[in-house]
Design a protein around this ligand. Structure first.
Ligand code: SF4
Length: 217
């Protein structure tokens, strides 16, 4: 079963090639300061078997096929659910693209086993500096840095790295250093962008910050 909290259809240019459907999976090892999907805390995920999920997303089959798009698993952290995603990918059988939006803060085994089934790993790297990563996410980024280096050795052409400007946590020189580190791994597809800060007092309360689920962050 996959814990799905959100299905967002007909996306273009944000989560992989072509037209995609974003499937948000519940749970995340990080506790990012500006995770904007805090509202999902109040919503229980729907546990779907791969066939139920397939039937829901197949409504856009024609769009996926025409544009080379498909399904993007995001979150939360989709790499907490590698076996289920593999089963779904086998069901799809290369008819649609399968993309993963991830922080990569998971054991390497979770990443490695998905490599044959994934068309693009879209990695929100946060910052390559450990102090910044720890301050922003509440977790160490050591595993992330190991995973991105190993993934880059195997499939650099299938990786897109997003490097955010994180207000109050990093600066342009940090972003430059992260970018250099990523480029030196042989990854060419790099996207620099800015996180939206929490805008309300409610959002800033730790208990209201989600431990998973930020499609944008
Ligand atoms: S879903 Fe993304 S932004 Fe939210 S806590 Fe996890 S890694 Fe951070």
């Amino acid at each position: 079963m996959l814990p799905v909290f959100r299905i967002s259809r007909l996306r273009f240019g944000t989560d992989g090639k072509g037209i995609t459907t974003l499937v948000g999976l519940f749970g995340c090892p990080n506790q990012c300061r500006y995770c904007i999907n805090y509202s999902w805390f109040k919503i229980k995920p729907q546990n779907l078997c791969i066939h139920e999920l397939y039937n829901l997303v197949a409504v856009d089959d024609i769009y996926f096929r025409i544009t080379g798009g498909g399904i993007t698993f995001g979150g939360g952290e989709p790499l907490l659910w590698p076996e289920q995603i593999i089963a779904f990918a086998q069901l799809v059988n290369k008819k649609w693209a399968i993309n993963i939006e991830t922080s990569l803060n998971v054991p390497w085994e979770n990443v490695e086993k998905l490599i044959p089934y994934v068309d693009a790993f879209i990695v929100d790297i946060k910052d390559m500096n450990e102090d910044i990563y720890l301050a922003y996410t509440g977790e160490s980024g050591a595993q992330v840095r190991k995973n991105i280096a190993q993934l880059a050795q195997l499939i650099p052409q299938k990786i897109v790295v997003r490097i955010p400007f994180i207000p109050e946590f990093n600066a342009s020189e940090d972003i430059y250093r992260s970018r250099m580190a990523i480029e030196n791994m042989g990854i060419c597809s790099i996207d620099v962008f800015t996180y939206r800060k929490c805008s309300t007092e409610w959002e800033k309360q730790p208990q209201n910050r989600h431990k998973g689920n930020n499609i944008n962050a």
